[in-house]
Design a protein around this ligand. Structure first.
Ligand code: FDA
Length: 395
C-alpha cells in the first residue's frame, strides 16, 4: 500500500492543476490515470491547438443548476492568472475570435507546462493505472487501481465527463459520488453536433462543408452569433455546438441566416438598383450560392425577379431567412461531444474548496461536476480555477 497526503484521480486539466498547487504547499501528491499519457483531452482540444482559456471568461459563460457556484473559484484563479502561467513558461499563443486563446505550436505545450509544474512541485504521476474501487478508511480513503493500492488523507476526483469514451472517459467519478451519498444530476452530451431527420438530411444533401454566419436561438431564448456548418451527418459549427447545451429533445432551433442585414432592407436596395435581377442571384451575393440553389430547388423559396416580389413574398422571406427553423433528430452523443452536461450536484460541494459537504477529505473538480462552460476555452478555465481552489485547500 502506497501512502500519500493527496491522491488525485485523473491526470487531465483539473487534476494536474490541483496536484501542482497542492504539491507547492508541501503536500505529498500522487496523480493516478488510466491513460498512457497525461492530458489526453488537452492534446486533442481546439483542433490540436488547445483553446486553453478565454479572455472574457465570467460566471455567465457557465451552465450550472446553481449559477453562483462558479463565482468563487473563477474569481480567485482567473483567465489572467493562467495567461500569466503560460507566459512565465514562454509558451507562444495567439488570440482567435471572441476572446479565445490558442497555442501557436500545439496543445502539447499546455501538457508540458502542467507536467513541468507537477515535477517542480514534487508530484508523482502514475499512468496506465485504472481506478476501480474506493473505500473509506479511518484516516482518509483507500484507492485500488488495476495494479496498486493507495492510502490517502484527501482524495480529489478529477475524472472528467463521459465524452470521447475512446480517450478513457469513465463514470468512476459519478459512482464515487453516489457511493458517498452525493446527488449526481442526469448527464447529457453537450457542445455536440446535431443529427437530422431523414427528410432534412435529404434536403441538405450536397451542402456538406458550407458554413454560414448566423444567430442561432434555442426555445428558452438563449442565442449565439457564430457560424453553422453543414456536415455529412447533420449540422455542426460553433453556433450549433453552443446551442446544443440548451436544446432538449423534440425542441426546435431558430436560425437567423442574415444576422447582419435585414432582408427587407436588402430587397428595397435591390429594387432601386437591380430590380430585373432574380432573387436567387441576388440572395447568392449574401448567402452561399449552393445553399440558395438548394432552397430554390426544394421550393422553400420561389425564384422571381426582384421587381415581381409582392408584399407577402417579402413578409415570407423575412420570416423564412431570419427565423429558419430546424428540428434536430438528436445529437451525435458522447462520441463526438466536447463536454458532459450535469454531473455531481454542486449543492453537495463547497464552492471555496470543492470538498464534499457529506464526506470529509473527498473533493470533486473539473468536468465531473455539474458545471459546463460555453464553447471557447471556458471549460479549461473552469478546470484550472477549480483545480487551484481545491489544491489550495486539500490537507
Ligand atoms: P479530463 O477528461 O481532461 O481528465 C479526466 C482524466 O481522468 C482523464 O485523463 C481520464 O483518463 C482519467 N480517468 C477517468 N476515469 C478514470 C479511472 N477510472 N481511472 C483512472 N483514470 C481515469 N475545452 C476548452 O476549454 N477548450 C477547447 O479547445 C476544448 N476542446 C475540446 C475538444 C474535444 C474534442 C473535447 C472532447 C473536449 C474539448 N474541451 C475543450 C473540453 C475539455 O477538454 C474538458 O472540459 C476538460 O478536459 C475537462 O478537464 P477534466 O480534468 O475535468 O477532465
Amino acid at each position: 500500500m502506497i501512502s500519500t497526503d493527496v491522491l488525485v484521480l485523473g491526470a487531465g486539466a483539473a487534476g494536474l492543476m490541483c496536484a501542482a498547487t497542492a504539491g507547492y504547499r508541501g503536500k505529498n501528491v500522487i496523480v493516478v490515470d488510466m491513460g498512457k499519457k497525461p492530458g489526453r483531452k488537452i492534446l486533442i482540444s481546439g483542433g490540436g491547438r488547445c483553446n486553453f482559456t478565454n479572455e472574457n471568461a465570467s460566471p455567465e459563460n457557465y451552465l450550472c443548476q446553481n449559477p453562483h457556484f462558479v463565482k468563487s473559484a473563477l474569481s480567485r484563479y482567473t483567465q489572467f492568472d493562467f495567461i500569466d502561467l503560460v507566459e512565465r513558461h514562454g509558451m507562444p499563443f495567439h488570440h482567435k475570435t471572441l476572446g479565445q486563446l490558442f497555442c501557436d505550436n500545439g496543445a502539447q505545450d499546455i501538457v508540458d507546462i502542467l507536467m513541468t509544474e507537477c515535477e517542480w512541485a514534487g508530484v508523482e504521476v502514475h499512468l496506465r493505472s485504472e481506478v476501480l474501487h474506493i473505500e473509506k478508511s479511518d484516516s482518509g480513503y483507500i484507492v485500488k487501481t488495476t495494479d496498486k493500492s493507495f492510502q490517502c488523507q484527501s482524495l480529489v476526483v478529477a475524472s472528467g465527463g463521459l465524452t470521447m469514451p475512446k480517450l478513457g472517459a469513465t463514470p468512476i467519478g459519478y459512482k464515487v459520488a453516489e457511493q458517498f451519498g452525493l446527488e449526481v444530476l442526469p448527464t447529457k452530451a453537450a457542445l455536440v453536433p446535431f443529427t437530422l431527420h431523414e427528410h432534412d438530411k435529404q434536403r441538405f444533401d450536397g451542402l456538406s462543408g458550407i458554413s454560414i454566419p448566423t444567430t442561432v436561438s434555442s426555445e428558452d431564448g438563449t442565442s449565439f452569433k457564430e457560424n453553422i456548418l453543414f456536415t455529412h451527418r447533420g449540422l455542426s459549427g460553433p453556433a450549433i455546438l453552443q446551442i446544443s447545451s440548451f436544446w432538449r429533445a423534440g425542441q426546435t432551433v431558430t436560425i437567423d441566416l442574415l444576422p447582419e442585414s435585414a432582408i427587407s432592407d436588402l430587397i428595397q436596395q435591390w429594387r432601386e438598383t437591380q430590380s430585373q435581377k432574380s432573387l436567387k442571384n441576388l440572395l447568392s451575393t449574401v448567402l452561399p450560392k449552393r445553399f440558395v440553389e438548394s432552397l430554390v430547388n426544394h421550393k422553400d423559396i420561389t425564384d422571381k425577379a426582384i421587381n415581381q416580389l409582392s408584399k407577402d413574398d417579402v413578409a415570407y422571406l423575412v420570416q423564412y431567412l431570419h427565423h429558419w427553423q430546424i428540428k434536430p433528430n438528436g445529437t451525435e452523443g458522447y462520441r463526438t461531444a466536447e463536454v458532459t452536461l450535469g454531473g455531481v450536484n454542486t449543492d453537495e460541494l463547497s464552492s471555496k474548496t470543492f470538498e464534499a459537504k457529506k464526506a470529509k477529505g473527498l473533493y470533486f473538480i473539473g468536468e465531473v461536476i455539474d458545471v459546463t462552460g460555453h464553447l471557447g476555452g471556458y471549460n479549461f478555465q473552469f478546470a484550472w480555477s477549480s483545480g487551484v481552489a481545491c489544491g489550495q485547500a486539500v490537507s
